[in-house]
Design a protein around this ligand. Structure first.
Ligand SMILES: Cc1cc2nc3c(=O)[nH]c(=O)nc-3n(C[C@H](O)[C@H](O)[C@H](O)COP(=O)(O)OP(=O)(O)OC[C@H]3O[C@@H](n4cnc5c(N)ncnc54)[C@H](O)[C@@H]3O)c2cc1C
Length: 545
């Protein structure tokens, strides 16, 4: 990608066909689709890419077994269609970025014999709805086989299990890779650029956006023929910026995850807790050397502070521990995430956990703002397709048709499952580092390692004993618009998720490299470290770990 200064030069004061507001999954999907249809497109993100909901998901490319039960019980054809479409999208998400995705077997333990046929029928239905898009057939596992695959389960109560397969993906990296693919297709993108106001033409249509550079605190204007509001939980804020009388449509629901050492489950497979005390499902999923456990579903407001609370930790552990022989403890938690689901409501007051994860494209005929609301990560591509169909209609342009269904993301061409081995040989890497680079950058990993030719110190680990290397920080700053320590550790490299305390230890080395790349004076470097460490220590304290 271009440097920030170059991007600013190509964006500020310029005119575009389409301006996409938002740099999460939805906005990045829309920007890519728009650019590939031939529209001159700009994407603006108020913070860092994926810094809101899109890096706090359960990281499942799925239809959602949870919604399956609701579709059946409620006998609701709409929910069934949402599920079907998500299962179809799951396949394309896996195919378009094989290095960022994988399939995972989920085990549903049964403590009562009667539960076995119940889950077997339900999961067969999940297979059946997926049809040709099914990843692997669900199957019954005996008690012994279940314990062989997941030895830490509560063996005394276990009678057997039902296993099924779903998709898993690296949400933050998928998001960054969507943005890079968009930029490679000729799109213009800027993070830390917030849309703060619109200008309208005499007929009331949006014609320009006023943008505040969050780093320089300066303002500039961009003009566009169409504006797409893809701001997830913030959708109402942007809608009301364009149409002050608009009634709110978003219903937000907070969900948290905790990360534990992988030994808590000692399995390559994931655990599905089929019924929590509030009637939901909960997952414990192996994730890059850790166990990702969640999530919760609590009605929330945009103004709520987003962090993992002690009570939420207690809730998640309580649900998980019912299934384990040896209970996991809060002191074992290494990190966590908290995010807001951007659910769109029809106006009726359903509980957030009952709202369908469907999406809606809204065209405001007065201002011309096109808002895409709701949905989920798995359907980001389909959401973008529906949005850009609406944009095309609004602009009255013939344009080309959507081509994202089979558009490989950057790093996919030339990638194969054994790709890490060639990296290990070519660059004399340890196995964990080769895996890490292959799974974060795919076939672009050599571009990261090329940086070590000019400076061999960049081949050193960022933190002794862990997989990420220093070159990734430089690559993040030069090629992926990483501008802060958190941009690097949370969303480019993933170390913040691996462990909050590891991230604190890595912060000075990241700051040194960023200071060199971005020209920070020493005071700025020190301040960046102090701010980052204080933030992460705050998260540790609030989670009570
Ligand atoms: C706990 C949890 C678990 C989930 N698990 C899954 C899962 O396993 N699988 C799945 O498919 N889905 C899952 N989801 C849903 C999925 O994560 C979301 O649907 C998706 O990430 C939403 O993406 P988005 O781009 O719409 O929103 P966001 O990621 O929130 O992005 C919106 C962006 O808009 C930016 N923005 C806001 N205002 C402005 C402005 N004025 N100018 C410029 N930019 C602005 C924000 O900074 C933000 O980055 C989960 C959600 C949660 C909360």
């Amino acid at each position: 990608m271009k440097s920030r200064a170059d991007s600013l030069r190509s964006i500020a004061g310029q005119s575009f066909d389409v301006c996409v507001i938002g740099g999460g999954a939805t906005g990045s999907g829309c920007a890519l689709d728009s650019q590939l249809r031939g529209f001159r497109t700009v994407q603006l993100e108020a913070g860092d890419y994926a810094s809101a909901t899109s890096s706090t998901s359960t990281k499942m490319a799925h239809g959602g077994v949870r919604y399956l039960e609701e579709a059946i019980r409620g006998f609701d054809p709409k929910e069934y269609a949402v599920l079907r479409r998500a299962l179809h999208e799951r396949i394309h998400m896996l195919r378009n970025a094989p290095f960022l995705t994988t399939t995972k077997q989920f085990i549903t333990p049964c403590f009562r014999r009667i539960d076995i046929p119940y889950f077997e029928i339900g999961l067969k239905l999940y297979d059946w709805i997926a049809g040709r898009d099914a990843l692997a057939p669900s199957r019954y596992l005996s008690r012994d086989e279940t314990l062989r695959l997941m030895p830490t389960l509560a063996a005394d109560r276990l009678v057997g299990s039902v296993a099924y397969t779903d998709g898993q993906f690296d949400d933050a990296r998928y998001n960054i890779t969507l943005v890079k693919t968009f930029a490679a297709a000729g799109g213009e993108s800027l993070n830390y650029a917030r849309v703060v106001a619109f200008e309208k033409s005499p007929d009331g249509k949006l014609q320009a956006a006023e943008v505040e550079d969050q780093l320089e605190h300066s303002r500039f204007t961009i003009r566009a023929r169409a504006f797409v509001n893809a701001t997830g939980p913030y959708a109402d804020t942007v809608r009301q910026m364009a149409m002050p009388a608009a009634l709110p449509r978003m219903r937000l629901s907070k969900g948290i995850h905790i990360l534990l050492p992988l030994e808590v489950l000692s399995s390559e497979d994931a655990l599905l807790v089929p019924k929590t005390e509030d009637g939901r499902v909960l997952f414990a999923i192996p994730w890059h050397g850790r166990l990702l456990v969640g999530t919760t579903d609590d009605e929330a407001k945009l103004t709520d502070e987003l962090f993992v609370k002690k009570e939420e930790v207690a809730y998640v552990l309580r649900q998980l521990n019912k299934y384990l022989a040896r209970p996991a403890k809060a002191s074992q938690i290494v990190s966590g995430t908290a995010g807001l689901r951007p659910l769109v409501s029809s106006g009726k007051s359903a509980e957030t956990k009952r709202l369908a994860r469907d999406h809606e494209v809204e065209l405001d005929r007065t201002s011309g703002l096109i808002s895409i609301m709701g949905g989920k990560w798995t359907t980001h591509r389909a959401m973008a397709e529906d949005t850009l169909d609406a944009v095309q209609k609004y602009l009255g342009d013939a344009g080309s048709r959507c081509s994202t269904l089979s558009h490989p993301l950057l790093g996919s061409d030339g990638y194969a499952p054994e790709y890490w081995q060639s990296l290990a040989t070519r660059y004399a890497l340890t196995e964990p580092t080769a895996h890490h680079l292959a799974e974060k950058y795919g076939a672009c990993a050599p571009d990261v390692m090329k940086l070590t030719e000019a400076d061999s110190d960049l081949a050193r680990p960022l933190l002794e004993g862990l997989a990420p290397v220093r070159a990734e920080v430089v690559f993040g700053a030069r090629e992926e618009l990483a501008l802060t320590i958190e941009d690097v550790l949370a969303r480019r490299i993933g170390l913040q998720l691996y462990g909050w305390r590891d991230a604190i230890c890595a912060a000075p080395a990241v700051a040194d490299l960023l200071a060199r790349e971005l020209g920070w004076p020493d005071t700025a470097r020190q301040q960046a470290i102090a701010d980052y460490v204080a933030k992460i220590q705050g998260l540790i304290e609030k989670a009570g770990i």
